[in-house]
Design a binder for this molecule. Structure first.
Ligand SMILES: Cc1cc2nc3c(=O)[nH]c(=O)nc-3n(C[C@H](O)[C@H](O)[C@H](O)COP(=O)(O)OP(=O)(O)OC[C@H]3O[C@@H](n4cnc5c(N)ncnc54)[C@H](O)[C@@H]3O)c2cc1C
Length: 254
């Protein structure tokens, strides 16, 4: 495991956002503050620190700003500010990914947009067996909400108590039941995504027999935030198994 985050491919040179603090404050920080309010941002290095590191790695990111929008509208407006000013964004969910992808570089060249305050279960539709949630809802919360209605949301992995559904979908997480139920990709009926220019792509529907054109939502699943920020998802629920049994199967190669 490298102890620094690999450099991105050559392209536009990275520019420290704090090289000109007055400009950063004028063009980015204050417009963002006007959108999300004081509760929706962090600029204190100590307060941001847990979002700069992953527990398994030795590298540490550094950004001048973490933004925590409370709604899709706020997140989209923040992305508009970033697009207008050419400010790179690292989306972050529960920061459990362990690959470095959810951590920023260590040189103040990006800001983090965290979905941690977007944690609302929007709706459960028991006729259609779907649940619609904000991207920042913790996976275990979704499992428990489904179970309370006699349904199963089968995505399950070690980080389920802190990872968020937006991160699960962006990494197309597999988890311990992937062979039975498929990876995260197989459990999504619809998505809502904020595109890189701040427009909201509304693909949030629960229609199961949706055979109209391209399945655009699948582009965003597993894309790790490169094509947009997932802000909500409609997820498929399954019948809760009435019995569980555990078996150990061994296989000897001769
Ligand atoms: C103990 C443990 C066990 C695990 N087991 C498994 C396993 O069995 N199977 C498996 O597949 N994975 C596993 N993982 C990794 C797993 O994929 C991640 O932990 C989880 O899915 C990431 O969710 P997160 O909210 O923490 O995302 P983060 O780590 O915050 O982000 C992951 C990536 O998604 C991007 N991202 C986050 N939120 C959004 C969003 N809303 N929109 C767009 N991009 C976004 C980030 O920029 C980053 O690139 C495990 C991790 C741990 C710590």
């Amino acid at each position: 495991m490298p102890d620094t985050i690999p450099e991105p491919p050559a392209g536009r040179p990275r520019r420290s956002l704090t090289a000109d603090p007055a400009r950063f404050a004028r063009e980015v920080l204050e417009p963002v503050r006007a959108i999300v309010g004081e509760r929706g941002l962090l600029t204190d290095r100590d307060a941001m620190q847990p979002m700069m590191v992953a527990w398994r790695d030795s590298w540490e990111g550094r950004v001048p700003l973490v933004v925590m929008p409370a709604s899709t509208e706020e997140l989209a407006a923040v992305v508009v500010v970033c697009a207008r000013t050419g400010t790179p964004i690292v989306p972050q969910g529960g920061n459990t990914g362990l690959t470095g992808a959810s951590q920023p570089h260590g040189d103040d060249t990006e800001i983090v947009i965290s979905t941690r305050r977007m944690n609302r279960i929007r709706a459960i539709d028991l006729d259609n067996d779907t649940i619609t949630v904000d991207a920042g809802v913790v996976l275990q919360t979704i499992q428990e909400a489904a179970r309370a209605q006699g349904r199963l949301f089968p995505l399950s992995l070690g980080a389920e108590g802190s990872c968020q559904i937006g991160g699960n979908l962006s990494t197309n997480a597999g988890g311990v039941q992937a062979l039975r139920y498929g990876t995260a990709r197989a459990l999504v009926a619809g998505l809502e995504v904020v595109l890189p220019d701040g427009r909201v792509w509304d693909g949030l529907r629960g229609l199961r027999k949706d055979n109209a054109g391209y399945d655009l939502k699948q582009l965003f699943i597993g894309a790790e935030g490169t094509l947009g920020i997932i802000t909500a998802a409609t997820l498929k629920l399954l019948p809760l198994p009435t019995a569980l049994a555990t078996a150990v199967v061994s296989h000897r190669v001769v």
